[in-house]
Design a protein around this ligand. Structure first.
Ligand code: GLP
Length: 243
């Protein structure tokens, strides 16, 4: 696991966007594993800029998003489907809708939605690159503490701390869904390369625990120590550089 402090949000976000465009340039049918959250907004802003600057072929690029809230329709303001379209897909007409995979949070048969998603990932994958944020409790995707390391895409219950951390996107904390569909930890680990981005002082404690190196289901992100191509990209605040 390589840990790199890129000092600030701008440099770190530009780095991740550059790594994504490099993969897309090298392989027109690349498979990208994508993440949401406030951490990623500048990554997608720079990626849009780089796509426009490079006349990219997007039609055959395949993307898999890590997670989606259960109960939110794709056009709900706070759905991750909406987030991805607002920040990335709506910015270029050549993204191929049938190559965009976001778990279906309002499927009638949620178990089926999970297994279809996992199957698509296994058929189209492995992801050439997976980007990840991290929750303050160590979750990746919505794999909360004590998620099994061998988990695949499934319905998960969100912890009170995650509901609280994500509530600022919603008008009332009661509006935050209590469940989600998340790519599993085993599914995430199937990616050829993983970049985890952690920014800001809110992430300092969890980054410290992660880099201390103990591998435990209590800290879901610690599974990344078992992957041989992982970078943890942080800024000064998440690194605790100023203390
Ligand atoms: C959310 C998402 C994660 C994301 C994390 C951090 O709950 N499910 O995929 O990485 O929490 O979010 P943020 O970047 O807003 O801190």
């Amino acid at each position: 696991m390589n840990i790199l402090n890129l000092k600030n949000r701008t440099i770190a976000s530009q780095y991740v966007a550059t790594e994504l465009i490099k993969v897309m340039k090298a392989r027109p049918n690349a498979v990208l594993g994508l993440a949401t959250g406030s951490t990623m907004t500048d990554v997608y802003r720079y990626l849009v800029t780089l796509i426009n600057a490079n006349d990219m072929e997007l039609n055959s690029i395949v993307t898999f998003n890590l997670d989606e809230y259960i109960g939110l329709a794709p056009d709900h303001k706070q759905s991750y489907y909406t987030y991805m379209h607002q920040h990335l897909f709506n910015h270029h007409k050549d993204w191929n809708k049938s190559n965009i995979y976001v778990p279906k949070g309002i499927a009638k048969d949620l178990q089926r939605a999970c297994s279809d998603y996992e199957q698509a990932l296994r058929n189209q994958g492995p992801a050439d690159i997976q980007i990840l944020g991290i929750g303050e409790n160590g979750h990746i995707g919505f794999n909360e503490p004590y998620s099994p390391f061998d988990s695949q895409t499934r319905v998960v219950d969100l912890t009170a701390s995650t509901i609280n951390a994500n509530s600022y996107h919603f008008s009332h904390i009661e509006d935050v869904p209590k469940q989600a569909i998340s790519m599993g930890l085993d599914s995430i680990m199937s990616a050829k390369r993983i970049i985890l981005l952690a920014l800001g002082s809110r992430k300092k404690d969890i980054v410290k625990q992660l880099i201390e190196g103990q591998i435990s289901e209590k800290l879901p992100a610690s599974i990344l120590h078992r992957h041989d191509n992982v970078e943890i990209i942080v800024d000064d605040e998440a690194y605790g550089a100023n203390n």
